[in-house]
Design a protein around this ligand. Structure first.
Ligand code: GLA
Length: 371
């Protein structure tokens, strides 16, 4: 999308609407523009982050959503590698979490409930009897407050949101901040922070549907996932609690396989949580995806113990996205870094409970290159 307002050369971080900051001739740039209004009249803005090497991410305050992500291919030609819409109203009408931040709890909580410190909590059931991606109005459907952030080697925007005590059934006022930062090393970093005044589950993730070719489907993309195990699920996609080795199964991506190679052997397609080798102890490589045609390569590094690999199974051709492209099954894939689904009901899984006085922190890095 063209037509951003005029740029101001300034060191200040407070921008007038339609203005931007160029960072002292470094080639990096942040621009801000109005992006329409929600149905209740709240103004939505979009930030365009451009690094010195031609990568550009546009992120709006509705859902803290990545609307476009332009990345060069091996010939230097840029292409938009995420699915989504051109207009805000389409996101509001019908979006399967395209590009957004998901919370308060990414993924499913069985029977939309959990017990914590002896008290039972009832959450919004929005996926059959289960709770999915934060409920009926999750973090993907709220308007965040945004401010540009100055960083040494990157352009960044911080998104803030206060999730009130009782929202979608969750306990505690949760103060959340998410910083998207685009570095000159061609990394899109997402760093999350949250604090609470009552104990609550927290599991934040990012839900971009990637298509490194920028067109067609993703079954020919080569995928590696650093996971020796995954969490098998019941028919409602709730983990059984088992941690099962991937060896000898279509879930073994420890060496690269195309997404399509064994997908017919996975009922419904991939929509599973992988148990990462890194174990959530430090920033570690979670996955690498290569599109052999364009050469575009994305590595995902994370501090999270898990990643949900979703192969766009529910895309069914009813959505026309950017440029009128029809999104058919497997038009994009998601790699949602996270704690495991249904952790609040699975004592054997790493805990997702945040307590007052503690800080939830999580970092995921998307590193782009070409092959
Ligand atoms: C996640 C879920 C999927 C689906 C998509 C969005 O990946 O695990 O089942 O809900 O989000 O449609």
């Amino acid at each position: 999308m063209k037509g951003f307002g005029k740029r101001l050369l300034t060191g200040a971080t407070a921008l007038a609407a339609g203005a931007g900051i160029s960072m002292g001739g470094s080639g990096m740039d942040i621009e801000r523009q109005a992006f329409g209004r929600t149905t209740d009249g709240t103004a939505v803005e979009i930030y365009a982050l451009t690094n010195a090497r031609g990568l550009r991410a546009r992120i709006m305050t509705y859902g803290a959503t990545v609307v476009s992500l332009e990345v060069p291919d091996r010939t230097g030609k840029t292409g938009d590698i995420v699915l989504g819409y051109e207009a805000l109203e389409d996101y509001i009408k019908n979006s399967p979490y395209f590009g957004s931040i998901v919370g308060r709890y990414g993924n499913r909580i069985a029977k939309a409930g959990f017990e914590l410190d002896g008290k039972a909590y009832k959450l919004a059931a929005n996926n059959g009897e289960n709770h999915l991606h934060g409920g009926i109005k999750g973090f993907d459907k709220v308007v965040w407050k945004a401010e540009p952030v100055r960083e040494e080697n990157a352009v960044a925007v911080r998104f803030n949101y206060l999730s009130r005590d009782g929202e979608e059934g969750y306990p505690g006022n949760l103060t959340v901040s998410v910083v998207y930062s685009l570095s000159n090393d061609n990394e899109l970093n997402i760093s999350y922070k949250a604090t609470t005044d009552k104990a609550t589950p927290v599991n934040l993730t990012h839900h971009s549907y990637f298509n490194l070719a920028g067109e067609g489907g993703v079954l020919g993309h080569e995928l590696m996932i650093s996971a020796d195990a995954y969490t098998p699920v019941d028919p409602g996609l709730i983990p059984t609690g088992e941690i099962r080795p991937v060896t000898g199964t279509p879930f073994d991506f420890t060496s690269p396989h195309t997404i399509g190679e064994r997908i017919a052997r996975v009922e419904g397609g991939y929509d599973h949580n992988f148990v990462l080798r890194g174990g959530g102890r430090a920033l570690d490589l979670a996955a690498r995806v290569v599109d052999p045609k364009s050469g575009r390569t994305m590595e995902i590094w994370t501090t999270e113990p898990g990643v949900q690999f979703y192969s766009g199974n529910f895309l069914d051709g009813t959505i026309s996205g950017k440029g009128g492209r029809v999104y058919t099954k497997h038009a994009g894939f998601c790699l949602e870094t996270q704690h495991f689904p249904d952790s609040p009901n699975k004592p054997g899984f790493p805990s997702t409970i945040l307590r007052p006085g503690r800080v939830y922190k999580s970092l995921t890095v998307h590193k782009f290159s070409t092959k």
